[in-house]
Design a protein around this ligand. Structure first.
Ligand SMILES: [Zn+2]
Ligand SMILES: [Zn+2]
Length: 357
């Protein structure tokens, strides 16, 4: 099976290298500029071209954009909450026709990866939050502040779960950050204040599971909500079990491709499998090893459950993210547990990897 990851390591190999032996010629010694070096015109010309080439290297290295396929998923953050996993926390970007249109979560470190991907907030159609744990939302202020320097004028909707006694709703959360009177970042209040002139407005909205009444004309057990659609894409969500927290799994349909973001979930219930049915990519969270129990298991799904959902939903490609120290280094064991159920292409994500459905 053809694997479709444009991985960070492969991109690094594509970055042009300095010609062999370039240093030491034209009056340089091996330590750089030697004392008493005769700086010839040829050397000057070469150093200028090397300087320009250097700029090219920098821009190539910084803009780690995906390839040219019409729909791509880029992993901005492949890590969990621990900084020692040396990865940005959860965040994903969906590129459609070469532009970043959907941002799913924005954990710590992901704002930097957003910049490195070459994306701009101006291109985003929507931000989708799976839940409000810090490692899924902490860089939202950094993203919003950065967008101050862009030219966006159209509103930016942010959809996420409704609240409960353990978590605020998405609307309350965004207001707690940016409300112009009481927000922690009230100095950015113009992004929420409808009376403020200039710039664009954030539009936070809560996604609530369907009430029993609304479900009457649906398939039994179907809890899918369709909060956002435009001419390019449709976003749908189901509630998923993640301890006591309100949490959502998201599906993006665009260009004939279905992309699933499980978010954090222990995998209990049938909703995620139904949402994912026939999807091209399932991004699932590899946050616990097989056999772990207790709080870990209440919050996350083991590899065997990931494999079973991927198999039952007939997923075409599985991407494992939200990698933590307790799962890093156990990839062979994880893969073996998945393979007991699911035989399709399966890859472990790293920051800035791109996956083509
Ligand atoms: Zn998480
Ligand atoms: Zn979580």
């Amino acid at each position: 099976m053809h694997l479709t990851c444009i991985c960070a390591a492969e991109r690094a190999r594509m970055i042009p290298r300095a010609p062999a032996g370039s240093r030491g010629e034209g009056g340089w010694n091996k330590d750089g500029f030697g004392s008493g070096t005769r700086f010839t015109t040829a050397a000057l010309s070469w150093s200028l071209s090397l300087g320009l080439l250097g700029l090219a290297w920098i821009s190539t290295a910084l803009a780690q954009t995906c390839g040219t396929a019409p729909v791509q998923v880029q992993v901005l953050g492949s890590g969990g909450p621990e900084l020692q996993d040396r990865r940005a926390s959860s965040s994903y970007l969906v590129w459609i026709e070469g532009r970043p249109r959907v941002l799913v979560d924005i954990g710590g470190g992901a704002a930097l990866r957003f910049g490195e991907s070459g994306a701009t907030v101006s291109d985003l159609d929507v931000i989708l939050l799976t839940h409000l744990h810090a490692n899924h939302t902490a860089d939202l202020p950094a993203l919003v502040k950065s967008s101050f320097f862009e030219e966006r004028t159209r509103p930016l909707p942010i959809y996420g779960p409704a609240g409960n006694k353990f978590m605020p709703s998405t609307v309350t959360f965004v207001r707690a950050l940016f409300d112009s009177v009481r927000g922690a970042y009230r100095y950015l209040g113009d992004f929420l204040n409808p009376l403020a002139r200039g710039g664009y407005k954030l539009q936070p909205q809560d996604v609530r599971p369907l009430s029993g009444k609304l479900k009457a004309d649906r398939q039994p057990g179907d809890e899918t909500v369709y909060p956002f659609a435009n001419e390019r894409l449709r976003a749908s969500a189901v509630p998923v079990a993640h301890g006591n927290l309100p949490a959502l799994a998201w599906r993006i349909d665009a260009g004939g491709k279905g992309l699933i973001f499980s978010g954090d979930t222990n995998g209990r219930g049938e909703q995620l499998g139904r949402l994912a049915l026939g999807a091209d990519i399932l991004v699932a969270h590899n946050a616990m090893p097989e056999g772990a129990s207790g709080v870990e298991r209440e919050l996350h799904m083991p590899p065997s459950i990931i494999g079973r959902i991927a198999q039952q939903a007939q997923i075409k490609q599985l991407v494992l993210s939200h990698r933590m120290r307790r799962t890093l280094g156990k990839e062979a064991e994880t893969l073996a547990a998945i393979r007991r159920h699911y035989a399709g292409p399966t890859q472990f994500a790293n920051d800035l990897d791109c996956f083509t459905p």
